[in-house]
Design a protein around this ligand. Structure first.
Ligand code: ATP
Length: 140
């Protein structure tokens, strides 16, 4: 069954989520404030939209409240990440997953209503360390 997804922020992390969902046949709206980046997703995503998601009217006009799951993949601009997340929840998006770049950023994201928070670099570091440990156990 296909669901409606939107990915906001098409850096390495958001871009990879967008590409994977599209390859799996899901409906994806790819959103970024940079026209140059959005152009790279025109043939890949169902819709590719240039938008600054800190503008509430812009988010409303995209009908984002009807989406099943929105991924906020803005990291460096913490204010934009938080504002976007708050507004998505105010617009009744069912599920919001947000990327955090620090522990504190992650805690605030949960406090303001994110359903799921991911720390891509921290989590990948843990996975790689566990993988290194499990392969060195096998060496014995
Ligand atoms: P990554 O680690 O995923 O590559 P990054 O560190 O390169 O990300 P970020 O600052 O996390 O970059 O931003 C990711 C994307 O989010 C960028 O392409 C940026 O244009 C976009 N972005 C930032 N602020 C907004 C905003 N207010 N509205 C829409 N897109 C935004």
């Amino acid at each position: 069954m296909t669901k409606q997804y939107a990915v906001i922020g098409l850096g390495r992390f958001g871009g990879s989520i967008c590409r994977t969902l599209s390859e799996q046949g899901q409906e994806v709206m790819a959103i970024d404030k940079s026209e140059e980046i959005v152009n790279e997703y025109k043939d890949l995503a169902t819709y590719a939209i240039i938008a600054n998601t800190t503008e509430q009217n812009m988010l409303k006009s995209l009908g984002i409240g009807n989406f099943d799951h929105v991924i906020v993949a803005i990291g460096d601009d913490i204010q934009a990440s938080l504002l976007t997340t708050i507004m998505l929840k105010e617009l009744d998006v069912k599920k919001v997953t947000a990327k955090a770049i620090t522990e504190y950023h992650g805690r605030i994201l949960y406090r303001i209503g994110a359903d799921n928070v991911v720390h891509p670099e921290r989590d990948m570091g843990k996975r790689v360390a566990n993988h290194i440990l499990s392969s060195s156990m096998l060496d014995y």
